[in-house]
Design a protein around this ligand. Sequence first.
Ligand code: HAM
Length: 427
Amino acid sequence: MTAMIQAVRGFNDILPPNSHAWMFLEQHLQRIAAQYTYLQVRLPIVEKTELFVRGVGQVTDIVEKEIYTFQDRNGDSLALRPEGTAGCVRAALEHGLLHNQLQRFWYQGPMFRHERPQAGRYRQFYQVGFEAFGMADPYLDGELILLTATLWRNLGLSSSLRLQINSLGTVASRTAYRQRLVDYFERQRDSLDEDSLRRLTKNPLRILDSKNPALREIIAQAPQLLDHLDAESLAHFAEVKRLLTAAGIPFEVNPCLVRGLDYYSRTVFEWVSDELGAQGTVCAGGRYDGLVEELGGKSTPACGFAMGIERVLLLLEQKNLVPTATDVDVYIVGDGPSAKVPALLWADTLRTRLGLKVQSDCTVASFKSQFKRADKSGACFAIIFGEDELKTATMSVKALRGEDFQQRMSYDECLQFFQTHIKTVSS
Ligand code: HAM
């Protein structure tokens, strides 16, 4: 036998009934995007590698270890996008959407990172991202966090997620702090692990993010960025906190929250769950006032976030918060070829006139096996087109769950019947 080909590790199929949960969440996301007046952008999955090297940062894990790159037939170095922000800025700049304009965009789709796969961490994963441009004031940061808090409330997840925030200040204030941090960690050099030693020269702030318990004490004693912020960044952060407090959104200031991408300045935030094991960050983002300029545009303030769809879904499923779907309302059974045509046409009438979810049995199998399938379909009702029905221009409507009900009806009566039963059927 020929060997079967399996999917690549870390790349998942999304199949029914799980795909129903995806659609349920996507509907919530579309609604919230519309309510906050974010407009959808659909961006390419492949970009020039340089976009991420410049955008996300040369010495980030994403660019150093995780990005999928390849040379195309022209010899250009291309990448499967590891995240959506850089591409969104590239597209907005390319199409002249940023200069002197205020913009609110959102996107969804697959991202790719060569990480070690485990529950909640995949090599192809899906993000929904929101990015807003042209607004420097802290109220935008606040609005974005409010949006996420509203989404958790709508989904029933508020009690499962904690908000952590921090401010990374401006590039200038961070550079001064960076030197203090390097001096501090240099004195602790002997206690640092391999990862931290590597970061010490390249990206010392990331040491603060280390998950190694052996470094916890050293990190706790390290100078804190919040103590070295410039006055404007401090005032900006204070205003974000004031808004969150006024909105009744609990938050924790985590001075070690530095994020793994280089483009952030000032506010950064993460929504974290304790119910997902090691992959607890469900949604993350912040302000990135320098990125547009870094990518060749005029200086434009910006702020955004992205959430990992799989992680939100894991939470929803753990908590049983995805409503079960009625995939089929009515199953139509037809006895022999002569019944199939009226049966199929009637199925379409029920779909267009009443919006019902109707599955037609498209085989000429025996009545018995068609009924078995009707039962298995989960439908509430079957409609039967048999020989007698055909002769009298009627059909039989039979309840498949609960009550014992079967009745011969004319076409009009059938419409009326489902019009009155439509709530019970579709709920
Ligand atoms: P990020 O923190 O790299 O930020 O990713 C955002 C979210 O994507 C994470 O919190 C997590 O839920 C999800 N995620 C990341 N990697 C994986 C993975 N391998 N498997 C499953 N889920 C994953 C960004 O990507 C920024 N672009 C966010 C942003 C937008 N900042 C400003 N605007």
